[in-house]
Design a protein around this ligand. Structure first.
Ligand code: NAP
Length: 234
């Protein structure tokens, strides 16, 4: 991983911040992105990695922002090797009660934005002759539940997207993988699905999987990882 260049979306807090931390600890230079510029700058300061971290305020739902993010990372650090699509939102309501705006927020962030980021990153990765795209999905992408239609559909779509993309770019030496965590202790979501609890995974658990994936020999591609709390609440 040493000296690789990574972009991590949604890295101002939670899982994205932990992934950025782990990549920096492994010797990467990392561009971090989120919408709230103040929170992002604070995150960059807490990462405490000097010139190895670069904050780019960007809304990945906007294709122009996604392109600017990849270009800025590549210009700043001389190329791009790793894209971690982590930015995501959780809006939970029954279909009958969910507003069109909430639906769009979820699908645009969790699915369409990943397309925008991959579309913008692939030319940079191809220029390097190799790379990694890691998408942070969710077990909700395979285990649908009431009140989660938008979220589960977005993550299920992300899983299919990741598998198709994996087959498209593997011969460019670009490896694509997606991670499906269960509950993680963060402030995620609008219905108490996030939040602290002893039994939950920590953001560092997810970050460790990202780092482990990237450490795989170039011949090997773990294309999908399910990561569960070992002793979930009964
Ligand atoms: N927490 C869980 O239990 C859990 C379980 C499985 C999977 N996941 C997945 O893990 C990922 C991270 O979740 P988390 O728990 O760490 O969430 P979080 O603590 O709420 O952090 C979300 C991050 O994404 C950023 N973000 C949201 N919308 C964005 C946009 N349009 N453009 C750029 N950045 C955006 C947020 O910053 P701004 O708001 O400033 O943009 C923030 O940095 C998500 O994809 C989530 O679906 C979470």
């Amino acid at each position: 991983m040493s000296d690789k260049v990574a972009v991590v979306t949604g890295a101002s807090k939670g899982i994205g911040w932990a992934i950025a931390r782990a990549l920096l600890d492994g010797g990467c230079r990392v561009a971090i992105a989120a919408r709230n510029a103040n929170e992002l700058d604070r995150a960059a300061r807490t990462l405490n990695a000097g010139a190895a971290v670069h904050a780019v305020a960007a809304d990945v739902r906007n294709p122009a922002d996604a392109a600017r993010l990849m270009d800025e990372a590549a210009t700043r650090f001389g190329g791009l090797d790793i894209l971690v699509n982590n930015a995501g939102v959780g809006r939970f309501a029954n279909v009958a009660d969910m507003s069109v705006d909430e639906w769009r927020q979820v699908i645009d962030t969790n699915l369409s934005a990943v397309f925008y980021c991959c579309h913008a990153a692939i030319p940079h990765l191809r220029r390097r002759g190799a790379g990694w795209i890691v998408n942070i999905s969710s077990l909700a992408g395979k285990n649908a539940f009431a009140g989660g239609a938008a979220y589960c559909a977005s993550k299920s779509g992300l899983n299919a997207f990741s598998e198709a993309l994996m087959q498209e770019v593997r011969y460019d030496n670009i490896r694509v993988s997606y991670i499906m965590p269960g509950s993680v202790s963060t402030g995620f979501g609008d219905r108490g699905v996030g939040g602290e609890a002893d039994w939950k995974l920590s953001p560092q658990d997810v970050a460790r999987v990202v780092v482990d994936l990237i450490a795989h020999d170039p011949r090997s591609l773990p294309s999908r990882v399910e990561l569960r709390p070992s002793r979930p609440r009964k």
